[in-house]
Write a protein that binds this ligand. Structure first.
Ligand SMILES: [Zn+2]
Length: 100
């Protein structure tokens, strides 16, 4: 048996992702902070269902994600800082441990 992800690793990664998303749950244009929902027949609140991924690097390709948020109350959109995929984040961390 080989453990590929420990409890520690999972909570460490989610802390890393949360850091990339700091401030994203409030609309920068109208200040909306409620979750996406239906109100009086109209969609309002913040929706973070979309994300895009991109591969960066040449010899050592890593996958980054960016979460895209939209405010259904005023129609604006914004995105998080790019963050590494879980696999690449853990691989990076292992590499760093080996050297330091
Ligand atoms: Zn808004």
């Amino acid at each position: 048996m080989k453990i590929i992800k420990t409890n520690d690793m999972a909570s460490d990664y989610s802390a890393y992702v949360n850091k990339a998303k700091v401030g994203c749950n409030i609309c920068p244009c109208c200040g909306e902070s409620r979750e996406f929902h239906l109100e009086n027949g109209k969609f309002v609140g913040i929706d973070d269902g979309i994300y895009r991924s991109e591969a960066k690097g040449f010899f050592n390709i890593k996958v980054y994600y960016t979460t895209i948020y939209s405010c259904n109350t005023c129609g604006s959109q914004w995105e998080s800082e790019p963050y590494l995929s879980e696999g690449d984040y853990n691989a990076d961390k292992k590499k760093k441990k080996r050297w330091f």
